[in-house]
Every structure is written in C-alpha cells, then in structure tokens.
Design a binder for this molecule. Structure first.
Ligand SMILES: Cc1ncc(COP(=O)(O)O)c(C=O)c1O
Length: 473
C-alpha cells in the first residue's frame, strides 16, 4: 500500500543533519514502527521531493542508500517497494530476500537479519552497484560463442593477467598469470590446494586461534591439524617446530591475524620462510583482508619475501568486492603449477565465466583500485565510530584491540562472562557475531569478534552495543 509521505516523513530543515539522511532515517523508523511494511510501494522521488519541498536529487540520494542496503527494491516502471521481511533491529540493514542470511565468516549462525557487527562482510551500502550493473549488462549483451563453451578451469586469462598486475603493485607479489588460478573464494582454494599438495597424512600447522571455517573444512577433510599458538608477533614459529617439525604445510594470516588482528612480525616471517626451505614445507598465506590497513601503508605480503618459492598466496574478492561472488585466487609456486593444473581439470572445472568477465572489466577499467581507496577511508571511519559506540556503552567492561586494520574488532571481555553465552543470547536478537573461544583450543581466550564495516553512525553502534550489554550476566 502506498503511504502518504506526510504522515511518514517529517523533516527538520534547521537541523544540522543533512536532509537526505533525515529522509533515509525516517524511512527506517517508519518500518521499525510498523508504519511501512514489507511490500509497500513508496512515492516516486519526484512526488516525494515535491511533497517535502526539497530537491529531487536529495530524495534520490536517500533512496539510493535505501536501495543500496536492500531496504527498498526497485521494480522499474512499477516503482520502488519496501523490502523488510524481517523487523529491523535498531538501525540494521535487513536481508534482501526471505532466506535467512548466514554469517559470511563462518556460515554457522541462525537466521540473522542484521549486518550490524557481522564480521567478515564488506560495506554493502557502499558497493558501486551502478558501475557494476553497467559493466554486467554490457557484458551480457556481448557474450561470444566461446563464452558459452567450456572454459579454462584455471580461470579466465585476462582476469588472471589483471590480478597479476594488481598483486604486483599492491601486494608486492611478482608472478606470471600462469601461476594464478581462479578459485571459489578462499574456501574453494583451501579445499583445492589440500587435494593438490598430497599431504600423505603429514601434519598441517594452523594458527591458534585461527579462522574457524578453515579449521572446520580441514577437519572434515581428515587433515592432521597441529594448532600452533600465536602471540603479539603472530604465529610462534619455534612452537610449531617444537610441536611438529616435519609438518608439510602451515596456514597463516600474516597481514592481519584472523581473528586477533596483529601482523606477523618481520623476524617470525623470516623464521617461517626459513623453516619451509629446510623442511620442504609449504605455506598458505591467507591474505583475506590485507588491503585494509588504516594507518601507514598496506604491509607487503609474505609471498613477496618468499626466496624459496614455498608460499602459496591466497586472495579473495569476498572482502574487496562481495562474498556472494564466490571468487578468489591463488598464486602458486612454479613447481606446483603443473600438478595443480592437472587437478584443476578434475576438481574445479572452472568458475562461472560471467562473473569473471565482469570482475576483470571492473579491475581493468580502474574501478577496483578506486573502490578499495574509498573503502579504506570509509572503514577507517566506521572502525572509529564503532569503537566509540562500544566504549560509550561498555566503558571498561570490554577492551577493544588497537590494530587499525581489517573489517572487525576484537572485544576482550574484562569480567567473568562467557563469550559463548553472550553470543548465543545476542544472536537470538538477529545478529551474527562470533565468540573467540569457538576459534581456539586454548580456553584462556574469551572475547567477541565484531564487524564494523556496516555501521555507518554512532547511534547504530550504540543501539546494538546496548543490546549486547544486556546479554552480559
Ligand atoms: C580468515 C579468513 N580467510 C578467508 C576468508 C574469505 O573466505 P571466502 O573467500 O571463502 O569468502 C574469510 C572470510 O570471512 C576469513 O575470515
């Protein structure tokens, strides 16, 4: 049902808050308060602009934010409609479909209508949808016969060339496109690599704490995992050597430890590379969000220091673009290219060509680097907003890590509350946060993994933080 905007939108033109933000907020409040419901048609930008006596562009800005967040959906000529299958929690962003969204970082949570505090997600409101859809429709209009046929299972060559160029400049990785394989995100890369490396029952080092989804996959595949503790310098290589000197593989997050946030120190990098050379072992460098560093320059990758050619670099578009793409890539050491190419024909059989074509255009036409630059500035701001919001509500009940990088903060619990109990209670409200203790075998870890990339203002952060605080004993 189309509502009269007069009853919905009351603007305060003398307020310092920009008018388009007021319109945007009023819409969210109207949904929260039940004045607007799922499926309601909203006035056209022209009509609303004239009713509110504001410029049409102002309403367009508000609508494009709501469209960007999936709160509005456009049905072309038929107009725009409210898409709020779930009731909004505070100021969060509802899912764009009725299928419950899962936490992208672990895919294990129950129905979760909120991206607020959800770790591992890029800012969905800031993705350049217009550019993306322009590139996509141009591509879809001009598909050639060969685009319909079986393609190279290693990936679309121009995309691999573009990635090689990008990695050289931004991550210090010097490689040939032939060493790059396109994968189904990091998860697909890990699955594929473990099959290619013929581990033959040998141990694999994994950071403790470490990325829960990698751990689950490796357990599922029957891999002998040796959990190696980390400290403020990252993986304690000497401990790895003590626990399992003959391991065949180490899996690390050197730029931004997942989930604690520190970078692997220079001396540990050297120790790790040294061990690979001596033990004939491999390293998988999971560089999942190495692009996002908010003070100083991005750290060079471990791969850029890899004198023995033992490091397999893994990157993903899940953070730099969006996770539903399911596209990632690995850079293989020369000696692994042939065996992996052979296995790729068996196990991978290639990623969908259409998304590879679009991503390649996005990179080649300069949108990717512009987007990353913008996201770096935005995330730095949102990290600070989130830190402030949390501190205002919690004061010294939690301690937020100080690493200015990545897409989440880690809030250490200063009392005796159980992180698991808090997370269970909080996620019942529709959130999707993670308990640190689920990511580790070491029972001394107790904390909350909180994403900040989709928190656009302090009010949102405080609202969610207040609800979080209520889940503490
Ligand atoms: C540590 C870590 N590695 C990799 C990824 C990316 O995974 P994928 O490319 O499978 O989406 C994530 C996503 O949350 C992550 O947290």
């Amino acid at each position: 049902m189309e509502q009269s905007s007069n009853t919905l939108i009351r603007l305060n033109k003398s307020d310092a808050e920009p008018i388009h933000l007021q319109i945007y907020t009023r819409f969210k409040e109207a949904i929260e308060g039940g004045l607007l419901n799922n499926g309601d048609r909203v006035p056209s930008t022209r009509v609303l602009a004239s009713e509110l006596d504001v410029a049409r562009g102002t309403v367009e800005s508000a609508y494009s934010m709501l469209l960007g967040e999936g709160i509005l959906i456009s049905r072309g000529q038929a107009g725009s409609y409210i898409n709020a299958p779930f009731k909004l929690v505070g100021n969060p962003i509802p899912a764009a479909s009725k299928i419950p969204i899962k936490s992208p970082i672990a895919g294990q949570n129950s129905a979760s209508p909120s991206y607020v505090f959800l770790p591992g997600s890029p800012a969905y409101d800031a993705f350049p949808r217009k550019i993306w859809s322009r590139l996509a429709s141009r591509r879809m209009r001009s598909l050639s016969a060969s685009d319909f046929s079986y393609r190279d299972p290693l990936g679309y060559l121009p995309l691999r060339q573009s990635i090689a160029g990008y990695l050289r400049l931004s991550r210090g990785v010097v490689c040939e496109p032939g060493q790059i394989f396109i994968t189904m995100g990091y998860q697909g890369a890990l699955d594929f690599l473990v099959r290619c490396l013929s581990l033959g029952g040998r141990d694999v080092w994994m950071e403790d704490p470490g990325y829960i989804l990698a751990k689950k996959l490796l357990d599922e595949l029957g891999i002998n995992l040796v959990r190696v503790p980390v400290d403020h310098e990252g993986l304690i290589v000497s401990e790895g050597i003590r626990l399992s000197p003959e391991a065949k593989l180490a899996i690390v997050t050197p730029s931004h430890h997942s989930p604690l946030g520190m970078a692997l120190s220079w001396s540990r990098r050297m120790q790790l590379l040294d061990w690979t050379g001596k033990a004939g072992a491999w390293v998988i460098e999971d560089d999942y969000d190495g692009e996002f560093r908010y003070s100083g320059y991005p750290l060079p990758s471990l791969k850029s220091l890899d004198q023995y050619d033992r490091v397999i670099y893994a990157g993903t578009f899940s953070k730099t673009l969006f996770p539903a793409l399911r596209l990632g890539y690995v850079v293989l050491p020369q000696s692994l290219v042939d065996v992996c190419a052979e296995k790729a024909h068996l196990f991978q059989s290639g990623m969908p060509i259409t998304s590879q074509l679009i991503v390649n255009d996005f990179i080649a036409e300069g949108h990717f680097s512009r987007h990353l630059k913008k996201m770096r500035a935005l995330y730095a701001e949102r990290r600070e907003i989130t830190r402030k919001g949390l501190t205002n509500i919690f004061e010294d009940k939690i301690e937020i890590n100080t690493h200015k990088n990545g897409m989440h903060v880690l809030a250490k619990l200063m009392g005796h509350d159980s992180d698991k109990a808090i997370v269970t209670g909080f996620n019942k409200l529709g959130y999707g946060i993670h308990a640190l203790s689920n990511w580790t075998a070491d029972s001394s870890h107790n904390g909350l993994i909180l994403g900040f990339t989709n928190i656009s203002n302090e009010k949102t952060a405080e609202h969610a933080a207040r609800q979080l605080r209520e889940c503490f004993a």
